[in-house]
Design a protein around this ligand. Structure first.
Ligand code: PMP
Length: 361
């Protein structure tokens, strides 16, 4: 029963009752202090639905869950923050996540004033997760309310098996929520943990349209979990998190023809990932390139080439602070042309052409 894990001071809390959340029927709307004139002819003078029904329907179909098992959020970032706020009491509870992993789990923990524990993934073993060891660490701490499992993990690119996730859900049923962040799952071709939410009520899955679906600018994330928890999260979400224009654009982007395009670009990204991986593995500039199931590669170069790439107009993500090693870079997979240019620049760096004359590719 996950209910006992939510913040006790929120158990009796009533959400803000917005005009649209009352679901009243009528044709003269004098209840929300909006301008009565629709100057846009698109209904932009009215507040949007708190959960835009058409979008919820499209996402539930996409992720193969029921409509009451999904909450649409302003990107997964908002989903992460809502979970931390709902489950973690200030200066009392804690969160566990991988080291390294996506930085927003720690930011949300800090903002909520809760402790953040890190479970170090084994760099020498390509970051493979030892579930028993993670469970041992979690069980040493009393108040870990949320365990974030980023799969595929950012920035390491490795996937955590569904068997492992099930073990965590079962073993921690009375203690912690297991939050599986699947921002990059589409690039792995593997099954989503959303297929398990009916079996484990302490399981939450985060999905996003920001990555494979090419809609980062729209800010559309989904929290997928059991219907009881969805209605509890609605207590802490902002009254109208999804703008009408965002809902319209996202629904349009989820139509069949565009989804076919998304699929073909996703396959292209995976092909480019393989091509770049193979190039890097053979490159004498590289110490180690880590296998990835996401749309990026984590690479340890022999020297720090971040600035040389910048000089050539190629911006990658430095992982210097995360690994305490300035030769570690995370490289997102670009278009075929962008990967070609990157390879050309790397060739030039290798032959010493870049740096000497600032040649760009
Ligand atoms: N989760 C992971 C693992 C991410 O890497 C990111 C963004 N880089 C997010 C969530 C945030 O996604 P969104 O754009 O949906 O807020």
């Amino acid at each position: 029963m996950f209910e006992k894990l939510i913040r006790q001071d929120l158990a009796e809390f009533n959400a803000y009752s917005s005009a649209r959340s009352l679901n009243l029927k009528g044709n003269i709307w004098l209840n929300a202090n909006e301008l009565a004139y629709d100057l846009s002819n698109e209904g932009f003078n009215r507040y949007p639905e708190p959960q835009p029904q058409e979008l919820v329907h499209a996402l539930a179909t996409l992720y193969q869950v029921s409509q009451d098992e999904i909450l649409v959020t302003r990107g997964s970032d908002e989903g992460i923050d809502l979970l931390v706020r709902l489950f973690c009491t200030y200066q009392q509870d804690a969160i566990m996540a991988f080291k390294p992993t996506f930085g927003m789990y720690q930011v949300s923990a800090r903002l909520q004033g809760v402790e953040y524990f890190e479970y170090a993934l084994d760099l020498t073993n390509e970051f493979t997760l030892d579930i028993d060891d993670l469970l041992k660490e979690i069980n040493k701490k009393p108040n870990i309310k949320l365990v974030f499992i980023c799969s595929p993990n950012n920035p390491t690119g490795n996937l955590i098996s569904l068997e492992g996730i099930e073990r965590l859900c079962l073993t921690l049923a009375d203690k912690s929520m297991i939050v599986v962040d699947e921002a990059y799952i589409e690039f792995s071709g593997e099954q989503s943990a959303a297929s398990l939410i009916k079996q484990y009520d302490n399981l939450v899955v985060l999905r996003t349209l920001s990555k494979a679906y090419g809609l980062a600018a729209e800010r559309v994330g989904s929290v997928i979990t059991n219907a009881r928890l969805v209605s509890l999260i609605k207590k802490v979400i902002a009254p109208y998190p999804i703008a009408l224009s965002v809902a319209q654009n996202a629904v349009a982007a989820l139509q069949t023809a565009r989804l076919a395009l998304v699929k073909s670009k996703m396959f292209e990204a995976v092909r480019e990932r393989t091509r770049l991986f193979q190039y890097l593995q053979a490159s004498s500039l590289v110490n180690k390139v880590y296998p990835s199931q996401a749309n990026f590669l984590l690479v340890q170069f022999k020297v720090d080439i971040f600035n040389q790439l910048c000089q050539s107009g190629i911006i990658v993500r430095s992982m210097a602070k995360v690994f305490n090693d300035e030769t570690m870079l995370r490289i997102s997979i670009g278009t075929v042309e962008e990967v070609n240019k990157l390879i050309k620049v790397l060739e030039n760096i290798n032959t010493g052409t870049i740096g000497a004359n600032n040649e760009t590719a």
